[in-house]
Design a protein around this ligand. Structure first.
Ligand code: THU
Length: 135
């Protein structure tokens, strides 16, 4: 799978647009994600915070769960945008790992600049995945 620079940028832009809809009244740290499946479908996500703080969910997991709830399990790439180009949290890495270690991860800042291009495998070495449950 090779993504053109233009394809990467449009996924980042989509995540950055979604970021405007982040519900982050507590942290004020808005996160947007855009996930492209192998079938070419696009799912966005934003962080949704809660007055009961730990109930908050991250943008990446919203995007993944939206995709899975529509029957999509095979992901190609996810773009994650924050003001400062922050990296996906451990829980999001684990959720992404469930659906494949080769998913590309594009980390960008609020100006839409690609800060880092990596993969789930790189972000979560020695991941615990479904294959570990098979005897
Ligand atoms: N957050 C995400 O949406 N994704 C991450 O990978 C890191 C953290 C959100 C959760 C919370 O709403 C805010 O950023 C601050 O932690």
């Amino acid at each position: 799978m090779t993504l053109t620079e233009q394809e990467k940028q449009s996924l980042i832009d989509l995540a950055n647009e979604a970021r405007r809809r982040a519900y982050a009244p507590y942290s004020h740290y808005a996160v947007g994600a855009a996930l492209r499946t192998k079938s070419g479908r696009l799912y966005t996500g934003v962080n949704v915070e809660n007055a009961a703080y730990p109930t908050t969910i991250c943008a990446e997991r919203v995007a993944v769960f939206k995709a899975v709830s529509e029957g999509e399990h095979e992901f190609e790439v996810i773009a994650v945008v924050t003001d400062n180009g922050g990296s996906p949290c451990g829980s999001c890495r684990q959720v992404l790992a469930e659906f494949g270690l080769d998913t590309l991860v594009l980390i960008a800042d609020g100006r839409g600049r690609l800060i880092k291009q990596t993969s789930v495998k790189e972000l979560l070495p020695e991941a615990f995945t479904p294959k570990d449950l098979k005897i």
